[in-house]
Design a protein around this ligand. Structure first.
Ligand code: SF4
Ligand code: SF4
Length: 445
């Protein structure tokens, strides 16, 4: 149980771009589209260097149940299939396409036939949509559940990370698609209870959906306090329904199914128009950016092109991130592409980017008090430094969701979340070695 008191941190919202309807960036000269933009098996290219492609054309097929197809967001010519480094350190094949600037649409673009659960799930699979809030889990796989298990479907409009407003814009600018998606989930998943969860720093969104839900049975709008990480899946499920996802369990085991609002809108766009996921609305912000704004770009657009579109930098960026400052991944250069899961890129100047000097732990317990999962980050740090994986196992570092609340709140500025990431690797190595040893001894079935 997580307990009654809400845990998390009150980070400054910095939603500077929430009132900024997205601008559409012209197609860049080239895009670099990785095959690994989702959890699961990488997509398999179906085009080769020299092929001509159009917007919405399949360029890579899903290679398993937990996988997702990839489509081109530009028209032009495939230049190469390269191997690139992703920000998480993995390498991935990537299709490089030179744009012809025409943005010609694929021939025969038409809505897929959807009339029942089977055809709905087939359409979700074909749409190329994955968890667009950042998780990247293929949406069709997520929706393939035993329907009687569903107690509540939760549409995640919390958008609790500072700076990011792309979901806010989806809720405001694509309310027709999002609302139709809610009705589709009710119909095809036979969901009696759909909850649209929105933090209270988005009053326009709350008013809009309260109006839509007034005449619809089984749809609730849940206004949540603005408390990071309100949008974390387990946190959101608990705070909207009281359901608890057990350790090592999936949300559906507790009866919950969570979909990000932009994910749902993208699925419905495909079902209504036949246009799969080929572009993303990205919040571009941070103290180093000349003109912070929301921008719609083809997936695969290089960060350098996106920042140029936003007027470049007004001061030298000292830190550039995919995502927000709490969970974002720092990047080493501007050649990385926009992925399906990228909802923001943030560039910070020196004042915001240089981390304060860490000092000794004063055992204040604030990291423990703020952890939404009731972990003990200070103790985890000590166990990690003592290289004690048994203790890390007891402290359950494996369930840490890397939200960063502990690091944020620590007055001694200990790098707690960074240590947790390393501690998880230490624990995994230890558990793998134990499994291998047990297999050799024949004690593991
Ligand atoms: S220990 Fe993990 S889950 Fe808990 S606050 Fe820190 S990063 Fe978040
Ligand atoms: S918040 Fe920082 S100083 Fe306080 S107990 Fe945790 S690690 Fe130590």
């Amino acid at each position: 149980m997580y307990g009654k008191r809400l845990r998390g941190v009150r980070a400054p919202h910095r939603k500077n771009t929430s009132g900024c309807a997205p601008a559409r960036m012209p197609a860049p000269a080239a895009v670099v589209i990785p095959m690994m933009m989702h959890i699961g098996a990488p997509a398999k290219p179906v085009v080769a260097a020299g092929d001509t492609v159009k917007v919405g054309q399949l360029i890579a097929e899903a290679s398993g149940f937990v996988s997702s197809p990839v489509y081109s967001g530009v028209s032009g010519k495939v230049k190469a299939i390269d191997s690139i480094l992703l920000p998480g350190g993995q390498t991935s094949a990537a299709i490089v396409i030179e744009s012809d600037g025409e943005q010609a649409l694929r021939d025969g673009l038409a809505p897929p036939p959807v009339s029942d659960l089977k055809s709905f799930l087939a359409a979700v699979r074909e749409s190329g949509v994955v968890g667009l809030g950042g998780a990247g889990f293929p949406t069709a796989a997520k929706l393939t559940v035993e329907l009687p298990k569903i107690k509540a479907v939760i549409i995640n409009g919390a958008e609790c990370e500072p700076y990011i407003t792309s979901d806010t814009r989806t809720m405001l600018d694509q309310s027709d698609l999002l609302w139709e998606g809610v009705l589709m989930l009710k119909k095809y998943l036979e969901a009696d209870r759909v909850i649209i969860a929105i933090e209270n720093n988005k009053p326009d969104c709350i008013a809009l959906y309260e109006g839509l839900a007034r005449a619809q049975d089984g749809v609730e709008i849940k206004t949540l306090p603005s408390l990071y990480p309100q949008g974390g899946e387990k946190v959101l499920i608990y705070n909207t329904t009281g359901l608890v996802v057990g350790e090592g369990k999936l949300p559906i085991d507790a009866g919950a199914l969570v979909l990000n609002c932009t994910t749902l809108a993208a699925v419905v766009r495909y079902i209504k128009t036949g246009m799969p996921l080929v572009e993303k609305c990205v919040t571009v912000d941070g103290s180093a950016v000349a003109n912070p704004q929301n921008v719609i770009v083809p997936v695969g657009t290089k960060l350098s092109d996106l920042f140029d579109f936003c007027g470049g930098f007004k001061s030298e960026p000292k830190k550039i991130m995919y995502g927000g400052p709490m969970m974002g991944l720092a990047l080493t250069d501007l050649s990385f592409p926009i992925l399906k899961t990228t909802n923001a890129v943030i560039a910070l100047g020196a004042k915001d980017a240089i981390p304060p000097k860490e000092t000794a732990c004063i055992k204040c317990g604030r990291c423990i008090a703020s952890c939404p999962l009731r972990l003990m980050p200070a103790n985890i740090e000590q166990a990690f430094r003592r290289k004690n994986p048994e203790e890390l196992e007891q402290l359950k570092v494996n369930i840490c969701m890397e939200c960063g609340c502990c690091s944020y709140i620590c007055p001694a500025k200990r790098p707690l979340v960074h240590v947790n990431k390393l501690a998880k690797i230490m624990l995994r190595d230890y558990q793998d070695k134990n499994k291998t040893a047990a297999k050799k001894e024949g004690t593991l079935k």
